[in-house]
Ligand binder design. Structure first.
Ligand code: HEC
Ligand code: HEC
Length: 299
């Protein structure tokens, strides 16, 4: 046995084992490795004692600290819904201007309103509420029925040509199809209507036909769209002088609106959403409008 023999190359002791002239060096596991092995083992032991760990027949060892993630989650859910009920009650009772001036409440409304809007309204009005063909841009365009909060809330509640007994009724008549005016007159009207928002269309060449269109407009259309074609919140007739169109501002779209009429359908939400959710959505939409107008004003 040659225990204690020192290997001349590495300086380590050898174990005394030798195979075919190859000697085994005595290099024990380094101390830091022992340290980590032992300390993680101790930690694991302590942890399984403190926390829920070992399963047995009908249950599991609950741990000395008694921590239960399920209870933590359900406690936070209860707390969450209590908080929700509390701020919703403030929305329900609050006066519109008061709520709009309350930053804390408006933050919650923006969050909750975005979800409600996404679930119920975005399919037609688009995620940013900027509309699609046939569905108005409620983030920016002047409101058909007015943008006083109570009015918007009512529009959402009762709908337009909807199923609620108090629904708003919006009727753009089919002037061409019903024979109130001829096809040629529909063209003249469309030319005049288009020139209201695009004055570049008024040229030496077109000004006479646009003037004839205007005469027809005065006879047939001002009752609903107003003397200056700026629309009316009493009939829900849109402003025809602004750049926003529900059904499109091409000559062909305008012709079609006048020839075949339009009856947009906005569902009544009174049966599908709670009054407070309707109020939250209304505040959310009005907040979007305020933001997009500020953005517009800023350039
Ligand atoms: C099925 C499609 C559809 C859905 C869903 C829908 N809307 Fe509408 N909404 C319309 C249409 C169409 C109009 C325009 C009706 C018209 O042209 O007279 C409208 C009009 C409106 C108006 C009136 C705009 C104005 O200028 O006065 C508001 C406000 C409005 N919607 C809000 C909402 C909100 C909030 C929701 C979700 C709760 C919603 N809408 C869901 C189709 C829809
Ligand atoms: C009985 C009331 C009424 C009369 C009269 C009326 N309109 Fe309308 N008009 C409406 C309403 C309401 C709408 C919106 C319909 C909708 O959104 O579903 C509308 C929509 C339109 C649109 C579509 C606007 C857009 O944003 O896409 C055009 C164009 C239009 N009217 C032109 C005319 C012209 C031209 C006349 C006269 C020949 C006329 N209207 C007469 C009520 C009327």
């Amino acid at each position: 046995m040659s225990i204690g023999e020192r290997d001349p190359f590495t300086g380590h002791q050898t174990t005394g084992h030798e195979w075919n002239g190859i000697k085994e060096l005595n290099t024990p596991v380094p101390k830091p490795v022992w340290f980590f092995l032992i300390s993680t083992a101790i930690f694991a032991l302590v942890w399984t004692l403190l926390m829920p760990s070992w399963p047995y027949g009908t249950g599991y060892f609950k741990g000395l600290l008694g921590i239960d993630q399920k209870a933590v989650v359900s406690r936070s859910l209860v707390q969450g819904s209590a908080e929700r009920a509390q701020w919703k009650a403030r929305v329900e009772k609050g006066d519109w201007a008061q709520i709009q001036a309350d930053d804390d409440l408006m933050r919650k409304i923006r969050e909750d309103g975005r979800t409600l809007f996404g679930d119920n309204c975005a399919a037609c009005h688009g995620t940013g509420a900027k509309g699609n063909k046939g569905f108005p841009n409620i983030a920016q365009s002047p409101m058909l029925w007015g943008d006083v909060p109570q009015i918007v809330e009512q529009t959402v509640r009762v709908g337009i040509n909807g199923t609620d007994p108090d629904t708003r009724v919006s009727q753009m008549l089919a002037f061409g199809r019903d024979g109130t005016v001829t096809r040629e007159q529909v063209s003249l009207l469309a030319g005049y209507v288009q020139s209201l928002s695009d004055t570049a269309l008024i040229t030496e060449h077109t000004k006479d036909s646009i003037a004839s269109g205007k005469e027809l407009f005065v006879t047939n259309c001002v009752a609903c769209h107003g003397d200056n074609a700026k629309g009316s919140v009493d009939t829900g007739a849109p402003d025809l002088t602004d750049p926003y169109w529900i059904y499109g501002g091409d000559r062909a779209d305008i012709y079609e609106s006048i020839y075949s009429g339009r009856q947009g359908h906005m569902p009544s939400w009174s049966q599908r959403l709670t009054p407070v959710d309707i109020k939250i959505i209304t505040l959310y939409v009005l907040d979007l409008r305020r933001k997009s107008m500020e953005a517009g004003a800023g350039g």
